[in-house]
Design a protein around this ligand. Structure first.
Ligand code: VG1
Ligand code: CO
Length: 575
């Protein structure tokens, strides 16, 4: 093949958000749009991570992925990349990509130094919906802000990109290596089935045999995302679950028209099956889980029971050493994102573990893990993971829960009453107290209005006495705000500082209100309100969460003047 230099001009707004660049497919389909971003990324990397390097290109299989794989492959060839690794049919979950970067070795002994992950995660897909792209680094984790800032600045000055226009399209539905020869030497496209690599990795972490004995096959809803491929292989073929326990496990370019976000609103079929939605006279199963489009998120359900993600990571951390072989030698530390509830903090304190609070987005956990300071981490947004890779991992979380269930029931396999998901959560609350938690999302709000709402919340922070006066007028039954700020994070490993990471109001009794603007949407603004209240008294940990939080919710909405600014009387989604 030969290399062509194409002249181009910059596009506005190619700034990577919380997790890459996410826009409507039609935006990505504009001539040069994807190309500009990809070349800006190559130009932001050290030369040896491009020339002669091995790069992964794959994603959640959403609409436009197959075209994008061909374009990026041709640009990689032209930029001197030695080989690209592509998942069969362009499919590779985000955690699988992270694992492949870290573990996979080419025939000549080389490893990948990075990956273009083609996903907009939990956003809908299809010709009129979202596409996304992000770059992960040599450690398997999302590019840090120093790199994404450089990519963004390159997108503003780009004048040309390199592409091998005459490189034929490679058939990515077939496993195998195709070799080409270019001006700088050979170039290979290696198409493979990443479920094999991923299962191998999971087997180094979990005891599949003891999970299998439990016979509690998960009911798994992949919402037509890429998780379906892995679920079939792991839950059915490896762990012996019945095929009928899988829901929506065939990956589709448009996720079957659905919203591939594993929560009580969007994972409807699973929610019904688990007895939390439409009532039916079929007895629900004991364990259910769901994933998002790129399979890094998870929702864990018991029979008629929802596990809050903030509780999930705390419970996994509290039980990991006994239940999961990978952690048998102890945890190096634990971490959560700022808006995630403090359930994990209480576990860390009790178990005397190092603890970190980082901004939203997985990239901040990576540094801690690389430095050997953190083993398990999580976010309230249905993200849980560990230092086996540098992304959150939806199927890992399910296997972690199955391992905990297997451990709690290990002396109990004779048909006695099983310890259930709900039992485990209630026992946890009994020991550590409960963090009542809810998140209100206002999606696709006018961007200006959202900015003003946030600015008002910041300016109010200058006088806590005024804030408390206001709050007392709204509800007399909540405690006083004792501190308020915008969260700022100094990375303990590299000293980098991230500012404006969410507005916090901290109450005397440990309750918190947090306000953030989403960094993953593709149109307008999404306002997230995170509401949390701690209850230590074990006689009061069994309340309905929305009831318990009603006073604080009231305060959050009135203090922020939500309806006045946004015109919305109710959130789009409550989790
Ligand atoms: C959201 C979540 C955040 C998560 C991010 C990426 O970001 O709140 O916790 O890390 O999505 O997840 P934001 O900026 O919209 O609040 V995924 O599964 O989209 O890669
Ligand atoms: Co995701």
């Amino acid at each position: 093949f030969s290399v062509t230099k194409k002249a181009t001009t910059p596009f506005d707004g190619q700034k990577p958000g919380t997790s890459g660049l996410r826009k409507k497919v039609t935006v990505f389909q504009q001539p040069h749009y994807l190309q500009n971003f990809v070349q800006s990324t190559f130009n932001a990397l050290p030369a040896d991570q491009v020339k002669g390097a091995t790069i992964v290109v794959s994603g959640d299989g959403r609409y436009f992925s197959k075209d994008a794989v061909q374009i990026i492959t041709k640009m990689a060839a032209a930029n001197g990349v030695r080989r690209v690794w592509v998942g069969q049919d362009s499919l590779m979950s985000t955690p699988a990509v992270s694992g492949v970067i870290r573990e996979r070795v080419a025939a000549d002994g080389s490893k990948a130094t990075g990956a273009f992950i083609l996903t907009a995660s939990h956003n809908p897909g299809g010709p009129t919906e979202d596409f996304g792209i992000k770059y992960n680094m040599e450690n398997g984790g999302p590019a840090p802000e120093s790199v994404t800032d450089k990519i963004f600045s390159n997108t503003k000055t780009i004048t040309e990109y390199l592409i091998a226009e005459d490189l034929p399209d490679v058939d990515i539905s077939v496993v195998g290596v195709t070799s080409f020869s270019g001006p700088e030497g050979p170039f290979d496209v290696d198409v493979f089935d990443s479920t094999i690599d991923y299962i191998k990795l999971m087997k180094t972490i979990f005891d599949f045999e003891s999970i299998k004995k439990l016979l509690a096959s998960p009911n798994y809803d992949a919402l037509h995302g890429v998780a379906g491929n892995y679920a079939k292989r792991i839950f059915v073929e490896e762990l012996g679950a019945d095929e009928s326990s899988l829901l929506n496990c065939v990956p589709k370019e448009d996720f079957g028209g659905g919203h591939p976000d594993p929560n009580l609103t969007y994972a409807k079929e699973l929610v019904d099956r688990m007895g939390l939605g439409k009532s039916s006279n079929v007895e629900p199963p004991e364990f259910g889980a769901a994933a998002d489009g790129d399979a890094d998120r998870n929702m864990i359900l018991g029979k008629r029971f929802f596990v809050t993600p903030s509780d999930s990571v705390a419970i996994i951390a509290a039980n990991a050493v006994q239940s999961i072989p990978y952690f048998a030698f102890g945890l190096k530390g634990v971490a959560r994102s700022m808006p995630t509830s403090a359930a994990l903090d209480v576990v860390a304190k009790n178990l005397n573990l190092k603890f970190f609070e980082v901004p939203t987005g997985w990239k901040f956990f990576g540094n801690l893990m690389d430095a050997g300071m953190c083993s398990i981490c999580g976010e309230e947004s249905f993200g849980t993971g560990s230092d086996h890779i540098r992304e959150k991992d939806g199927i890992w979380a399910v296997l972690a829960w199955l391992s905990i269930l297997a451990f709690k029931n290990k002396d109990n396999l004779g048909g006695d009453k099983l310890v259930t998901v709900e039992d485990i959560v209630r026992q946890h609350w009994g020991t550590y107290g409960r963090h009542y938690y809810t998140r209100y999302d206002y999606e696709n709000v006018d961007a200006e209005a959202a900015k003003e709402l946030m600015a008002n919340l910041v300016s109010m922070q200058s006088s806590l006495s005024d804030v408390n006066k206001l709050i007392k007028e709204i509800r007399s039954d909540v405690s006083d705000v004792v501190a308020a700020d915008e969260f700022e994070y100094k990375d303990p490993v590299d000293g980098s500082v991230s500012k404006h990471q969410g507005i916090r109001y901290l109450f005397g009794d440990g309750s918190r209100l947090v306000f953030r603007l989403s960094g993953t949407g593709s149109v307008g603004a999404t306002i997230r309100v995170y509401i949390e209240q701690y209850e230590k008294d074990s006689s009061k940990t069994g309340r309905d969460s929305q009831d318990a939080l009603a006073p604080l919710v009231d305060v959050a909405l009135k203090l922020s003047k939500m309806q006045e600014y946004t015109g919305r009387s109710a959130p789009t989604v409550i989790t």
